[in-house]
Design a protein around this ligand. Sequence first.
Ligand code: ZN
Length: 409
Amino acid sequence: MTPRGGRGPRLRGLLACAALALLLAAPAAAQPFSGLARLDVAESHVRDARRGGLEVELALSQPVPWRVFTLDAPRRLVLDFAEVDWAGADPAALLSGERAAGLRLGQGRPGWSRLVLDLAGPMLVETAEMRAGDGTSGAVLRLRLVPTDAESFAAAAKPADPAGATLDAPLPEAPGPLVVAIDPGHGGVDPGAMREGLVEADLMLALARETAEAIDRSGTMRAVLTRDADAFVSLAQRMTIARAAGADLLISLHADALEVDEASGGAVYTLSDEALDRASARMAERHQRGDLLAGVDLSGQDDRVATALMDLARLDTVPQSERLAGALIEGLRQAGAKLNGTPHRAAPLAVLNAADFPSVLVEVGFLSNAGDRIRLTEPTGRAAIVSGLVAGLQAWAAEEAARAPLRRR
Ligand SMILES: [Zn+2]
C-alpha cells in the first residue's frame, strides 16, 4: 500500500494541525470484498469527555478506509467512510452530553458514507485512530476532541465548499488503482521444478497471466507481470521491473516439487533472516539456484548505510507483508483452494528482499503431489487460486487503508 518515499502519516497526536486535514483527504484503496461495514450502535457513542472534550467511538463490523476533518460556520466534524451501511442506526441513540449538538448520517457519492457532527463549541481533533478488533473481524474508530478557541478552530477547519459541506458535499476523488506486481517464478534457462511433464516456469506464467487478468477486472487494482514470456529474469531485475511500474506490492508465484511425495497444498512465504523449519530452508536453497544458473553474482553486499536504510523501510513493509500473507491465506481458504498444513511460512528468499514495498511468495502447490498436479492444471483448481488471491488482496487493501489513511502517489 505504501508507495516508496511516501510513508503514511501516523495519526496519533498529530491531528491538531490544520494541514493534516488535507493529508487525510486520501483514503486509499479498494472496497472491502465482504460487503459494506455496519455500525454497531450499542457499542458506539458520542459523549462529553473530561476537561471540556468530546469522545467519539464507532464500532464497525469491519475496517474501512476513512478520513476526518472539521468545518467552520457552523462548526462541524465530518467523518467519511468507504463505506458504511447506516441502515437501522438511529443518530439520536448515539448522542449524549451537551458538546455535540446534532448528528446526521447519510450516503455521499456512490461508495462513500458520511457522518456529520454539529459541535457546540470550537474543538480540535486530538487523536484519531481506527483499530482492527483483536481476534474479531470488526474495527473501532476512536476520536478525542479537545476544546480550543475560535481562531484556532477556524485555522484548522477545511475551507467551506460550495455545497455547504452537508451530507451531499463533494467527497474525495477515488485514489488510483492499487498496482500489484505478479511475479511468475523461474523462466528461460531456469525451468524451476519439473515433474510428470509439468514445468513450474510454464505453469506459473499461465497462472500469473490469469491472476493478472482477474486483478485488472476488479476495477480497483491493476496488475503488472515481471515476465510475460519464457525468459530468464534475475531476482533483482524482477524487483526493478516491479518498482519501475510503480508497484504497491509484489506476489511471486511458485510450485515446488519434493523428492518424496510428502507435501501438498499452498503456502505463503514471508521474508525472514532464517528459515523457521527444514522445509522452508530447502525452499530457500532451491530458489537461489535460478540466479546461479544464469551466472548472476550473489556475493555483492549492501554497504552498511544502505542496509540501515533498508531496515528502516522494512519497519513498515515487514508487518504489511505479514498481514498480506494472512489475507491471502484466508482468501485462498475461502475460495476453496487447497492449503498446506502450515500455510504461513518464512524463509530468506531473495525475491522478497525489496524494502520499499511489501512482498510475499505464494507456493501454490507441489508438482510432486498427484492431487496438486490436477488442481494446478484443471480450470476449477486454478480458478480457486486466482479468486482466492484477488479476494485476499482486496481484503488486505481495505485493512491497510483503514489502519491509517495512507498517502498514495
Ligand atoms: Zn519456484
